[in-house]
Design a protein around this ligand. Structure first.
Ligand code: KIV
Ligand code: NA
Length: 264
């Protein structure tokens, strides 16, 4: 069994093969997703919403993410494991290094941070110290109060151009993966084509290099509301393993997301 790494993910993009990804928070689901052949598992700060029942991701702490990262790592043999840096855990460089170290020691192989150009120095600093970084642009949920709600980003031409420039700046700073959340499909396509590194979309249309969903949304069991861009695969299949298999094959075959799960 070959382990998924940053280089095998990059090779997938180069070969035009879609990357499949889900969030996971515990060993049992991580093991099941891993066995079904998922490429990457994210310990997302979405756990604030789907595990803790909060209305946004802001209350999540570094200890929460570290705990769930240890759980996921324990259940994972092959998939690539990345973990979210929670709200305000990367506000300064020193704090970022200490918190990233905590997540890497807990079993993450990469950390994810929300934001654009302002993160560039931290990203190269982390990489020089042995920590691979995933960027996150578009609807970055930790900024929900700046946006004034969970809203699609990059609809206006100037905002779209700005997002493209931020993505290029992050790549130049050294990110090895980028999550694009809730942006128009055409913009996500442009950004995915402009970058060498793989771009994983959520609510970003079918033309990114891969897809990610919050596992509870994919099973249709979230405590909060179900986002438009998500799909309940358990309803279609009636079986958790089959639901995961269907999700993986739909992403690989370009069936998911369809227009109804995307924004224009
Ligand atoms: O927290 C999370 O689950 C995420 C994904 C939705 C990308 O950041
Ligand atoms: Na997140």
């Amino acid at each position: 069994m070959k382990k998924v790494t940053v280089s095998s993910l990059l090779k997938k993009k180069q070969a035009g093969e879609k990357i499949t990804s889900l969030t996971a928070y515990d060993a049992s689901f991580a093991k099941m997703f891993d066995e079904q052949g998922i490429d990457a598992l994210l310990i997302g700060d979405s756990l604030g919403m789907v595990l803790q029942g909060e209305s946004d991701t802001l209350p999540v702490t570094i200890d929460d993410i570290a705990y769930h990262t240890r759980c996921v790592r324990a259940g994972t043999e092959r998939a690539f494991v990345l973990a979210d840096m929670p709200f305000m855990s990367y506000a300064s460089a020193e704090q970022t290094y200490a918190n990233a170290a905590t997540l890497m020691a807990a079993g993450a192989s990469m950390v994810k941070m929300e934001g654009g150009r302002w993160l560039c120095d931290t990203i190269s600093g982390l990489q020089l110290r042995g920590v691979p970084v995933c960027g996150h642009l578009g609807l970055t949920p930790q900024s929900v109060h700046v946006f004034g709600g969970f809203k699609v980003q990059g609809r206006e031409a100037d905002k779209a151009q700005q997002l493209l420039e931020e993505a290029k700046a992050l790549e130049a700073a050294g990110i090895q993966l980028l999550v694009l959340e809730c942006v128009p499909s055409s913009l996500a396509k442009t950004i995915s084509e402009a970058l060498t590194i793989p771009v994983i979309g959520i609510g970003a249309g079918k033309d990114t290099d891969g897809q990610i969903l919050v596992m509870h949304d994919m099973f249709g069991i979230s405590a909060n509301y179900m986002p438009k861009f998500s799909k309940n695969y358990l309803a279609d299949t009636g079986d958790m393993r089959k639901a995961v298999q269907q999700y993986i094959s739909d992403v690989q075959n370009g069936v998911f997301p369809s227009a109804e799960h995307s924004f224009e």
